[in-house]
Structure formats: C-alpha cells, structure tokens
Ligand binder design. Structure first.
Ligand code: AMP
Length: 252
C-alpha cells in the first residue's frame, strides 16, 4: 500500500497505472462503513485508491472542522491488509493552493435537507470531489448511502460535467442498535450513544407512517435529542438530529 501526500508523487504513481482504478473518498477517522466501501471498490477495479482529506470548504464557520477526528496512523492501520493500493492523504495547501475550479451543487438537490442548515456545504463537497477526480482519474468512485443527499448531488455533478467516472452507491453500515456508523459517533458519550439509536427507530417509524413529525420531535426531545428535519423526498425518508452538540444524519 503506497501512501502519498503530494500531488507530484500522486501523479508519478498514476502515470504508470494502466488498470482501471476505483476511488473511495473519505475524511478519515475510518470505521467499518468506510471499509465496506473499500470492499466494493475492490470488486470493481484492479487498483484501489482511498483519499483521506478533511475538506475545509465543506464546513461552516461554526462547525467542527478543527476538532474533526484526525488519526492518519490509525487509519493506515485499518487499511493495511485490505488490498488497498494507494492512499492519498494531502494537506489543505496541496489541494487548494492552485485555486481549483469551484463547483456549485445543483440547487434543486442542495437547497433542501442538510443544505438548509449547512449553506455552501454541498458546493464544498462538489469542489473537492471534482478536484479529487481530476487528480486521481478513477473509473469508479464509491459513495455511501449514509450521505444520500450527497450521493445524489455527486451523481448529478458527474452527469452535468460529463465526467468519465461511474458513481457506485454503497449500503449503510449500522451498529446492532441501528445507529448508522459515523466518524462523529466518536463525539458521543456512552449514554448519548444509547439515546442516539432512537434516531434510527424514529426514522423507520415515520417512514412507515406509524408516527407523525410532532410525536417524533417530542419523543426525541425527551431523550435530549433535538430534531432538525424528518422529511420524505425522492422515495426516501431523511433525518438530521443533534445529540448534545453532535449532529447526526440517517435515511431509509
Ligand atoms: P466521510 O469520511 O464521512 O466523508 O465518509 C466517506 C464515505 O463513507 C462517504 O461516501 C460516506 O457516505 C461513507 N460512509 C460513512 N458512513 C457510512 C456508513 N455507516 N455506511 C456506509 N457508508 C458510509
């Protein structure tokens, strides 16, 4: 497994690469959800790449960019032995010093759900993903359904810009409690984690029309969880909620 941080080193390796390549873009703090994407990447292409980059452009001014968990050594330990060929872990300056093309997310997809409380978030996501595609030239890129709105926006970007990459969706990996795995679960105390499992339960019950939004809001509120949204769009149901200061999302 080669690990590079500079674009020059990345390009040097990739010019000698003639098999199809699959990319798993991540922000690190890897868990089983990310590792499941690596397995899918392996089934798609002979050369598997993982990027690890906490992208400042997709964080708002009051969000957790500086405290977002970063542990490259532990991430590399988790990837070792999985059959990953290349890890690209650049610094912010490597990605942004050359002023990459700014990509706007399709407003029809970006101005709902997470886009409402995180203005500019999906533009930041599109800009970095476009840049990574430009630098790494994958034939396949694997994105988790955990971030379903992001997945739809990236699919839309690929279509609009006629990019030669196939976006491969990956199912959500959960704890046995139902809680979707997330790097941000690290912020939760044991009791918050127990409470957070109710987010998925409420989501499922609302999706099945067993409860309404008021019941959902009250139920979560009694557990110390603040509901941000619980809505149906595009034949799916989406939730965002705050457990303490930790914002979690899920969908079914
Ligand atoms: P992140 O590091 O949070 O940016 O996530 C990197 C990729 O992993 C994204 O495509 C996510 O949708 C995906 N991912 C994160 N958590 C999960 C999960 N629990 N199950 C499946 N995919 C996930």
């Amino acid at each position: 497994m080669q690990v590079v941080s500079s674009i020059v080193d990345l390009e040097q390796i990739l010019t000698h690469q003639h098999t199809k390549m699959a990319l798993v873009p991540t922000m690190g703090a890897l868990h089983e959800g990310h590792l499941s994407l690596v397995e899918i990447a392996k089934s798609k292409a002979g050369f598997v790449m993982v990027s690890i980059f906490v992208n400042p452009l997709q964080f708002g001014p009051n969000e957790d960019f500086t405290k977002y968990p970063r542990d490259l050594r532990s991430d590399l330990g988790k990837l070792a032995g999985l059959g990953v060929d290349l890890v690209f872990a650049p610094e912010v300056a490597d990605i942004y010093q050359s002023k990459p093309k700014e990509i706007m997310a399709n407003p029809q997809l970006a101005n709902i759900l997470c886009g409402l409380s995180r203005p500019g978030h999906f533009d930041g996501v599109c800009t970095v993903v476009y840049r990574l595609f430009e630098l790494m030239n994958p034939s396949f890129a694997i994105f988790g359904e955990k971030d379903y709105q992001q997945l739809m926006i990236i699919q839309d970007m690929v279509k609009s810009y006629k990019l030669a990459v196939e976006i491969v969706p990956a199912p959500i990996i959960r704890e046995s409690s139902g809680l979707a795995l997330s790097s941000r679960n690290q912020y939760l105390s044991d009791s918050q984690k127990l409470a957070a499992a109710n987010i998925h339960q409420v989501l499922k019950r609302f999706a099945n029309d067993e409860i309404d939004i008021n019941f959902a809001r009250d139920f979560l509120s009694k557990l110390g969880i603040e509901l941000e949204y619980l809505e149906k769009h595009f034949a799916r149901t989406y939730i965002a909620a705050k457990v303490g200061s930790t914002r979690l999302i899920d969908n079914v």
